[in-house]
Design a protein around this ligand. Structure first.
Ligand SMILES: [Fe+2]
Length: 312
């Protein structure tokens, strides 16, 4: 198990795909690369694929190093089902699902995923009480031995570990509470939000070593320690941040709306340009604003796809 310097990845962006020159300083594992590495956005509130439905939420399929990973599941199972079909994605063939945090616009589509792939491995952040299920040592609550047994929780003899239920009974959920390399070259980074409104929200980001660097789907800002080569923001990032990032990154800003498939390689720009846009146009902005106004999502982490380079 290897530790990623997550302290360098703090604050500003909600979720971001990041490609980094990590691979220049640390050789990537010799994974069997059988197909072009790519990322497909399956759920977002902007995009140009008319066969798909724009909605507030986020989901993306990563096909990298021979792995197929679904990152988040969007807000509505029926919309996810439609979008998945439109892109010809086979959710019965997944290595695993990552749920970044417990908000409904990232989790509600899981019911569709489970309907086609009931035993798929799901990684979710561990919290004390959670829709994903959890457990706590019974020491978490204060005791008073002077009370009669009938007034005491569990008659004064609680189980050592108390288990709590999940909204997804029977699902193959593994809770993650610390940064963990779940399979060679694929690391889940456990973070805790420090954003007002979601403070203490547990989050998972995803880092994948590739021959061209590290792809990082991250819910936090990127410290100056990293030089971001490419960035493709989405979801809660917000229009003002889209604008600011576009100014900062120029042609290294990648458009990745609903339906966009980005190639993960030496130059991810090509796929973005093929999608016909570098930024949100008027139609995109209009639907994004409408869906944002309907959501209660203003304070949650944003989303982006980024390519990073380590400066040290
Ligand atoms: Fe969200």
């Amino acid at each position: 198990m290897r530790t990623i310097p997550v302290s360098a990845l703090t604050a500003a962006l909600g979720s971001a795909w990041v490609f980094s020159s990590w691979a220049m300083t640390q050789p990537a594992p010799q994974a069997a690369v059988t197909a072009p590495a790519r990322i497909t956005v399956l759920y977002d509130a902007f995009g140009k694929d008319v066969a798909m439905t724009k909605d507030w939420g986020y989901a993306a399929l990563l096909e990298i190093n021979g792995k197929r990973i679904l990152f988040d599941t969007g807000d509505d199972a029926a919309v996810l089902a439609k979008n998945v079909k439109a892109k010809g994605v086979d959710l019965t063939k997944l290595d695993f699902v990552v749920l970044s945090h417990r908000h409904s616009d990232h989790v509600s589509g899981l019911s569709y995923v489970l309907s086609v792939n009931p035993q798929v491995k799901i990684y979710a952040p561990k919290e004390g009480f959670s829709i994903f299920g959890s457990d706590l040592p019974s020491a978490f609550y204060r005791k008073d031995d002077s009370l009669p047994a009938a007034m005491r929780y569990y008659n004064g003899a609680p189980p050592e570990t108390m288990k709590f239920g999940t909204l997804f009974p029977g699902a193959n959920i593994q809770l993650i509470d610390k940064t963990t390399e779940v399979t060679p070259g694929v690391t889940l980074i456990a973070l805790v939000s420090d954003t007002p409104g979601t403070r203490e929200l547990k989050e998972l980001s995803l880092a994948i070593d590739t021959p061209n660097g590290v792809v990082l789907v991250v819910g936090n800002a990127l410290h100056d320690t990293y030089r971001v080569d490419f960035i493709a923001p989405g979801h809660c990032t917000g229009e003002p941040t889209f604008t600011a990032l576009q100014k900062a990154f120029g042609d290294r800003y990648l458009y990745a709306g609903l339906g966009t498939t980005l190639s993960v390689g030496a130059d991810p720009r090509a796929a973005s340009i093929q999608d016909g846009a570098r930024v949100l146009d008027d139609d995109d902005s209009r639907s994004y604003r409408t869906l944002l106004a309907r959501s209660d999502d203003l304070r949650e982490p944003s989303v982006a796809i980024v390519q990073l380079a380590l400066l040290q």
